[in-house]
Unconditional design. Structure first.
Length: 317
């Protein structure tokens, strides 16, 4: 069966959910091989990769790989593309993943498709554009197909398997080591999931009205186990930190459920959330453009509706 390389995203030895999603998708294309860059591949982590279908795990257990920014991961994948001749390479469409994918495409003289929301045998990538109104299916016609797939493109499904392990020594050039990580600062993320990985996102916009009022949005998010997002109007006003901005100049999210409260639905906001599976809009203006995109809409004051929604969710727990 054709080998499919999957670059593992991991933090402090823990495999991120998006990697399990990529392994699930990779199984529809061939035999998944996980690629672990850097130290920290514990027995538990490897068991998890096997549980989600990795038939093989390549491990480049060198601090050099993780101590330099992006380029060593590209070098590692390029080396494996050359030695293993995989049928495709999958990376997460995160900021780092997309950079790795772009560099790999140059190094291997291959075609790349970014922001895929699905993959089918071929391999063919599915992208969703124009507010989810058009689905585009694309195929790479040159080199080794490289796909950057958005988090939440699929639900991770366990499989059976025991992954074979292969240690890899990656040869890094001076250029690969040009940018070094000098410090890692752990973000206080609290109990909420990471915005780009969350299955549910509750976002607030100018309609929220103030920084204090964002507590209403946070309460609903916590009731649903969701991440909190914000429109640029809200982050520019200083009501919520910029790192939570969703949109063209913020984060791109593709959750199963996106709740937009007090957000008008400007094109720049849509750019960051239009591929969410289900969109719920709460807005007091029935003409707000967000309703063109929403699967479910509630016309009314978010300060009344959101607390009621939170109460209902809490009741059902
Ligand atoms: P508004 O457009 O002011 O909408 C507020 C909405 O809240 C209205 O629809 C109103 O009816 C509703 N409302 C008010 N009070 C209530 C209430 N009590 N209950 C319910 N509803 C209420 N924007 C982003 O979000 N992300 C980006 O990344 C981004 N990048 C940009 C990049 C560029 C280059 C430019 C030019 C703009 C960018 N913008 C971005 C800004 C974007 O154009 C909009 O200005 C912004 O998205 C508006 O945010 P909003 O929907 O919260 O505010």
């Amino acid at each position: 069966m054709a080998e499919i390389l999957v670059l593992v995203e991991h933090v402090e030895g823990e495999v991120k959910k998006v990697t399990l999603e990529l392994l699930t998708l990779a199984r529809t294309l061939g035999s998944p091989s996980a690629v672990w860059a850097g130290p920290g591949s514990s027995a538990d982590a490897k068991a998890r990769l096997a549980e989600y279908g990795a038939d093989k795990v390549y491990i480049a257990d060198s601090a050099e790989v993780s101590d330099h920014v992006v380029a060593p991961k590209t070098a590692l994948l390029a080396q494996l593309v050359s030695s293993a001749s995989p049928a495709a390479v999958l990376v997460a469409a995160t900021a780092e993943g997309k950079e790795v994918a772009g560099r790999l495409a140059i190094r291997t003289d291959s075609g790349i498709i970014t922001d895929a929301v699905g993959l089918v045998d071929g391999p063919v990538a599915e992208q969703s554009i124009f507010g989810g109104g058009v689905n585009v299916h694309s195929r790479v016609t040159k080199g080794t197909p490289i796909f950057a797939v958005r988090p939440n493109a699929t639900t991770p499904e366990a499989s059976t398997g025991a992954a074979a392990e292969e240690q890899v020594t990656v040869t890094l050039s001076e250029a690969d080591k040009a940018a070094k990580v000098v410090e890692r600062v752990k973000q206080e993320k609290g109990a909420r999931p990471e915005l780009t990985e969350a299955a549910i996102v509750v976002s607030g916009g100018r309609g929220v009205g103030s920084a204090e009022n964002f507590a209403v949005i946070e309460k609903l998010a916590d009731a649903l186990g969701a991440a909190v997002g914000a429109s640029r109007a809200a982050t520019d006003a200083g009501w919520y930190p910029h790192q939570f901005q969703v949109g063209q100049t913020g984060k791109t999210v593709a959750p199963q459920l996106y709740i937009a409260a007090g957000i008008s639905g400007a094109i720049q906001h849509r750019a960051g959330m239009q591929t969410a599976k289900t969109i719920v809009a709460i807005n007091k203006d029935p003409e707000a453009p967000i309703f063109e995109l929403a699967d479910f809409g509630v016309v009314g004051d978010l300060h009344q509706i959101v607390p009621q929604l939170t109460e209902e969710v809490d009741k059902r727990k």
